[in-house]
Design a protein around this ligand. Structure first.
Ligand code: 5GP
Length: 172
């Protein structure tokens, strides 16, 4: 699994409990950090809001000392929520680039390693998305809950878990 931090960390760890162990033990969880921000791009004199994603943390599989490879793996990208889909689309795009670069480095043709990606989110908001995910990814797209476009407050963001739970129960 590749968890997108920070929201994907706790869901990924919980999900691992429900996934089968591999012959090498528990499924490894790697972490990447992505942050989404709105930016005012000046396009031909016209100020247009755009959405940018920034890497705050990334895999070091490309490093020469890395003993881990993405190639040939079935990779599940985990995040807490699919809102506009911008973050997930960016993550998929960048990870696919990494796979292709590694294939070329190892003298393979692009796609030869048959590395596959899937996505798991706790919540998918049913709304028009700003970005699409490739078809091959949507075949392995899992959302635990599909929901209307509402703001979610996750328990791991609560400073006081007792009152968070009380509020959650009241609104259930
Ligand atoms: P997207 O790129 O899909 O628009 O947004 C993804 C990120 O926005 C999520 O990883 C999350 O950090 C944040 N986000 C979007 N909607 C919510 C929400 O309802 N609650 C919380 N806590 N974060 C959200």
């Amino acid at each position: 699994m590749i968890a997108i931090g920070g929201g994907g960390f706790i869901p990924a760890r919980m999900l691992r409990t429900f996934l089968k162990k591999t012959e090498r033990g528990n499924i490894p969880i790697q972490a990447i950090g992505l942050s989404l921000y709105e930016e005012l791009a000046n396009a031909g004199g016209e100020e247009k809001p755009g959405t940018q994603v920034q890497k705050t943390q990334w895999l070091n599989f490309g490093a020469s000392h890395s003993e881990i490879s993405l190639l040939g793996r079935r990779i599940l990208i985990v995040d807490e929520v699919d809102d506009t889909r911008t973050t997930l689309a960016y993550a998929v795009e960048e990870l696919k680039k990494d796979v292709e670069a590694e294939e070329i480095r190892r003298g393979m043709k692009p796609g030869e390693s048959k590395t596959t990606f899937g996505v798991f989110v706790l919540h998918n908001k049913l709304k028009p998305k700003k970005r699409d995910l490739p078809e091959d990814i949507m075949k392995n797209y899992f959302a635990a809950v599909e929901m209307p476009d509402q703001w979610l407050v996750y328990p791991w963001d609560a400073l006081d878990i007792e009152s968070h739970t009380e509020l959650a129960n009241k609104n259930a």
